[in-house]
Design a protein around this ligand. Structure first.
Ligand code: NDP
Length: 419
């Protein structure tokens, strides 16, 4: 028996909500709330008669803490699932604290306006002190630890696939496969083809900010930052084949560097096709990825937000995308005094996802872990006052739930390593 409030009703949220409705013995009542209520109504209508979960919908602007507090006090959920955008993480955490409700999300905080001088001053200090320049980092949400502890509430951060499942894979490797993990390579391969020259698989603004930023990795206790797309490798992915992949900064590296004892190196690679990279470089060169507002015909527009309007809606890629994703972690380390390697990953088929929930695999591989993480919290397995990332909880029941709800793990005890 539980009552859950989901905020957001985009690509990822619509998968998570449909999966919650498949587990209606846990998710007995669910309210879908977003800025555009009509989208919530359409989804609730689609699910009518297919689930025992009692669905309601609401309109909320999650940038406004007062609106959130009013909605939460009115609905009285056991858990708020934030599947809106990373811009809303802090306002939703504030509202959860004010109302005494547990919180979870799928991506760490970043500001919508990166020119805000107050934010910029803190950001620039962090870049110098920490040594990486991504707009997003955990410091803002880790600062809520004491508040959540004191309130006896749990906040679970970044429970999608990466971040999310990749950290559970690390916790699993540490629990079952290694006494000491030396290196972790997180490999995110999308072998899907949607037939467009250029489109992003999830929110274009968030996606393009992430991939156009400098890359960085953790080595021997500090960050090494490199120009965007500067390190390229080729890898032969199970059920996908050979793909070019590039080293990116990624948020889970920051938490894993703290939570995996003695780890020497952590890198993150993502595959990109040449067409995607050529388009991105060109858009960046002409200023279309800028988050700084400009004046156009007497109106203020933000170039990257305007670009988002022109690009295909990621939610519309479902019927067109064919192929598979393969996301996982390769480890080197020591067990019982012997050096060993281990690879744990999931392969997900875009068309199978589309036939099950009407979405492509990127939304699916994020929405299913969000649902499974919520299930861990609602069933008391992942409840501990404070603010936590996924690898800080027992990975076993979570990976079992993923196996059951559509993202089964595969393992290789003799993987090819990445140089
Ligand atoms: P979408 O853009 O498809 O959906 C975002 C949703 O949030 C929309 O319903 C939008 O409403 C709503 N929203 C935006 N602003 C507000 C607001 N102020 N108040 C209320 N609702 C709001 O994004 P995705 O579904 O692709 O991504 C969702 C989240 O998942 C993001 O945080 C993203 O970074 C994360 N993600 C995580 C991954 C992982 O593996 N961990 C991978 C992929 C994504 P409206 O329709 O009105 O705009």
């Amino acid at each position: 028996m539980s009552r859950v409030l989901v905020i957001g009703c985009g690509g990822v949220a619509s998968v998570a909500i449909q999966k919650c409705c498949q587990a209606d013995e846990v998710f007995t009542e669910l309210c879908i709330a977003s800025r555009t209520k009509e989208k919530c109504d359409v989804l609730a209508e689609k699910l009518k008669g297919k689930t025992k979960t009692v669905l309601t919908t609401a309109k909320v602007d999650a940038d406004d803490v007062d609106q959130l507090i009013e909605l939460i006090n009115d609905y009285k959920p056991d858990l708020v699932m934030n599947i809106a955008l990373p811009y809303q993480d802090l306002t939703i955490m504030d509202a959860c604290l004010a109302c005494g409700v547990n919180y979870m999300d799928t991506a760490n905080y970043e500001p919508e306006d990166t020119d805000d001088p107050k934010w910029r001053a803190i950001y620039e200090k962090r870049c110098k002190e920490e040594g990486f320049s991504a707009y997003f980092d955990y410091s803002w949400q880790w600062a809520y630890r004491k508040k959540f502890e004191d309130a006896g509430l749990t906040a679970l951060l970044g429970c999608g696939f990466d971040p999310g499942v990749t950290q559970a894979y690390c916790a699993y490797a540490l629990k079952h496969e290694f006494d000491q993990i030396n290196t972790i390579d997180i490999l995110d391969c999308n072998g899907g083809d949607h037939g467009y020259a250029f489109a992003t698989n999830f929110n274009p603004e968030i996606n393009l900010r992430e991939v156009s930023a400098p890359g960085s990795y953790w080595e021997n206790g500090h960050w090494v930052e490199i120009p965007p797309m500067d390190i390229k490798r080729e890898y032969n992915f199970d059920q996908v084949g050979d793909k070019d992949m590039y080293l990116l900064h990624h948020e889970e590296i920051e938490s894993l560097a703290k939570t995996i004892p003695g780890v020497k190196r952590i890198r993150f690679f993502m595959t990109f096709g040449q067409s995607y990279l050529d388009h991105m470089r060109c858009l960046e060169d002409v200023g279309m990825l800028s988050t700084t507002p400009i004046q156009y015909n007497g109106q203020e527009i933000v170039p990257i937000q305007f670009l988002k309007e022109l690009l295909p809606d990621p939610a519309s890629l479902g019927p067109r995308t064919k192929g598979k994703t393969n996301i996982g972690c390769i480890f080197t380390g020591v067990k019982d005094g012997k050096e060993k390697t281990y690879y744990i990953y999931n392969v997900c088929d875009h068309q199978e996802c589309y036939h099950e929930v009407g979405s492509q695999a990127i939304s699916y591989t994020t929405g299913v872990p969000a649902m499974c993480g919520a299930m861990m919290m609602l069933t008391g397995k992942w409840i501990r006052p404070g603010v936590y990332t996924v690898e800080e909880f027992d990975p076993d029941p979570f990976l079992d739930a993923l196996d059951r709800y559509g993202l089964p793990r595969s393992e290789n005890h003799d993987p090819k390593l990445v140089d």
